[in-house]
Design a protein around this ligand. Structure first.
Ligand SMILES: [Zn+2]
Length: 97
């Protein structure tokens, strides 16, 4: 089964999994910037439950959206989140756990 990915709005994500919306990037690990970090949410047709799926999701994110890192919440691993620093384009953030 091919993996499908669809971008969600913050509002849509809130309805599915509120905890992920409250899970925010705090600062960029590369340049320590805290301002203007863009967080995005995506819905998958599968759960990120093993490494094989993780690799496929990563590839899909890269090909479709040019993103390389994502996070998710254990309670619903079908929704993933990404963030990008406007200063240096880095996608690795310190997250607010
Ligand atoms: Zn940065």
């Amino acid at each position: 089964m091919p993996i499908e990915i669809k971008e969600l709005t913050k509002k849509e994500t809130k309805k599915i999994i509120l905890s992920l919306v409250n899970f925010n990037p705090v600062y960029c690990v590369m340049c320590k910037n805290r301002k203007g970090i863009v967080q995005r949410f995506f819905l998958l047709n599968v759960s990120v439950k093993n490494n094989k799926i993780h690799k496929k999701v990563k590839k899909l994110l890269m090909n479709k959206f040019g993103l390389t890192y994502y996070g998710y919440a254990e309670e619903n691993p079908r929704v993933i989140t990404t963030a990008k620093c406007p200063e240096c384009d880095n996608e690795r953030m310190e997250w607010d756990y």
